[in-house]
Design a protein around this ligand. Structure first.
Ligand SMILES: Cc1cc2nc3c(=O)[nH]c(=O)nc-3n(C[C@H](O)[C@H](O)[C@H](O)COP(=O)(O)OP(=O)(O)OC[C@H]3O[C@@H](n4cnc5c(N)ncnc54)[C@H](O)[C@@H]3O)c2cc1C
Length: 486
């Protein structure tokens, strides 16, 4: 079918995907068009009936439940700046300082992550010496890190496991680093690319010859008083809107609707070049076609690969090489009296070496206020990930049952939940494996020849909300600029 020729004087940019990145792209285009006082038509096409993609807040029986992301890091600008522009700065709440530490399962017991341990390495050795997590041999190996020489050749890329093993030893990897990093990436540390995920640790090795020395140099200099009490991930740096992440998405959607059209339940099936000019034609379900001057694809990589198959085969091929992992979150609400453990932390991470069937438990209502009724607690238990893919293939009932068994054993939960919600996120977590940056390069080289086509989303340059938002905004700026110049 020949697409209808559009005679509108408006330039039209289509955004495929109404998750956070697609919405951020639409918002940015609205800002750019308003700033330049140029007319611009923007349409967001979302396959599902709801917007927001992987995030969503639910109110159930007095619990405010996040089915996906529950907060974002504030030392990356994307999310915090967007909230400020949306007028939400006053609505952001920090984590509760009283519980600002994390626990790790160690030989069946939940113990505190040594104070000052920053994902890969400690900034002080004394808490490591006192910790029951490591054997004497493990502690000595960790303490020797400052004396481990740099590699003879600069490291281009390396897996997390290889790097930690050579700098801090196998025990540090198995007992602490793997579960802490797994809490973010749900990845196999033998495959996770350090350069693509946490390059600052490679840079620390290059600049200081030691992670411990580099972290010691950093600590006190740049860390505020909030951070000084933190252990494990730097929880003092996390924030969320008072009413949950959906407050950000709903405000964003309301703002986007002022300047753009949003079409839900509208999956795009393909993108082709327009025959008559250098625009694009999108095929919707059925045989309908939409012409546009620029396109932002803000879907997971595996969907983007399908959409770009005909138009940009090389980018499509590379996008298809990015693997994804799945996870299931079981959210459960309990009377505090039904939990033997004091839950005096933000959560518990579980090393693979402990051979349990859960990855982590977040004590959500200890992190943020108003997430559970008075006298109750909200737990979010993560199952699956790249290391235990078989578990997510079970039924909801079977997964809730295994969570019940694990929480009973690990935290002394008497299973009389006030609420249980199961959120399945299949193929939702991009895996940045060693070689990821080469894949990204191939994609970007190919797309360089189609400057009015850009990618947003969390598959290329960072998996968290801040990077995802930045990706959408950067895509918007690229397409806008190229339209302006043409
Ligand atoms: C379980 C879980 C917990 C997380 N926790 C955190 C956290 O605490 N903090 C944090 O910062 N980050 C967290 N993240 C990451 C964060 O949620 C994501 O990076 C972010 O939401 C991704 O947004 P996105 O817009 O790139 O993709 P998505 O949210 O996946 O949105 C893509 C959208 O595209 C739509 N789509 C797909 N194909 C088509 C098509 N053909 N046509 C039209 N639409 C289409 C989809 O329906 C979807 O709505 C978490 C992720 C998961 C899975």
């Amino acid at each position: 079918m020949t697409p209808p020729k559009v005679t509108s004087p408006f330039r039209h940019i289509a955004i495929i995907g109404g998750g956070v990145s697609g919405l951020a792209a639409a918002h940015r285009l609205g800002e750019l068009a308003a700033g330049a006082q140029r007319p611009l038509q923007v349409t967001v096409f979302e396959a599902q009936s709801a917007l927001g993609g992987l995030v969503g807040t639910k109110e159930v029986d007095g619990y405010r439940i996040e089915t996906g992301a529950d907060s974002f890091i504030t030392n990356k600008p994307g999310a915090i700046r967007l909230c400020e522009r949306l007028g939400l700065a006053g609505e952001l709440i920090p984590t509760d300082a009283r519980f600002r530490r994390s626990l790790v399962l160690s030989r069946g017991r939940a113990v505190a992550v040594p104070e000052g341990f920053q994902l890969l390495a400690p900034n002080s050795l004394w808490p490591v010496w006192k910790s029951p997590i490591f054997s004497l041999g493990g502690k000595l190996r960790l303490a020797a890190e400052p004396f481990v020489p740099r590699p003879a050749q600069p490291v281009v890329d390396e897996s997390l496991a290889s790097f930690v093993r050579r700098r801090l030893g196998q025990e540090a990897l198995d007992r602490l680093v793997q579960p802490l990093v797994g809490g973010i990436y749900t990845s196999d540390p033998e495959r996770l690319s350090l350069r693509a995920t946490m390059p600052r640790f490679l840079d620390m090795e290059a600049s200081h010859g030691s992670l411990i020395r580099a972290l010691q140099a950093e600590s006190g200099e740049s860390r505020g008083p909030q951070d000084r009490t933190a252990s494990g991930a730097r929880y003092g740096l996390f924030a969320t809107p008072r009413l949950g992440i959906s407050q950000m998405v709903e405000t964003l959607v309301a703002r986007v609707r002022q300047t753009a059209q949003i079409q839900t339940s509208c999956p795009i099936e393909s993108i082709d070049s327009a025959v008559e000019d250098d625009g694009f034609v999108l095929r919707l379900g059925g045989r309908e076609a939409v012409r546009c001057d620029g396109v932002i694809v803000a879907t997971p990589a595996h969907r983007a690969a399908q959409l770009l198959k005909g138009l940009r085969p090389a980018a499509s091929q590379a996008l298809g090489e990015i693997e994804y992992a799945s996870t299931v979150i079981v959210v459960s609400g309990h009377r505090l009296a039904d939990v033997a453990h004091p839950l005096d932390a933000f959560g518990l991470v579980i090393p693979a070496i402990e051979k349990r069937r859960i990855l982590a438990v977040s004590f959500t209502s200890r992190k943020f206020p108003n997430r559970a009724p008075e006298g109750s607690v909200q737990l979010r238990t993560f199952v699956g990930g790249a290391m235990q893919p078989e578990l997510v293939r079970q039924s909801d009932e079977a997964i809730v049952e295994l969570v019940r068994e694990e929480l009973t054993e690990l935290l002394g939960v008497t299973w009389r939940p006030e609420v249980v919600v199961v959120a399945r996120w299949m193929n939702s977590m991009p895996q940045y494996h060693v070689g990821h940056l080469d894949i990204v390069q191939r994609i970007e080289n190919d797309l360089a020849t189609t400057p009015r086509l850009a990618l947003g989303g969390n598959a290329l340059h960072g998996v968290g909300l801040p990077d995802t938002i930045t990706s959408g905004e950067t895509a918007a700026e690229r397409v806008w600029q190229n339209l302006e110049e043409s």
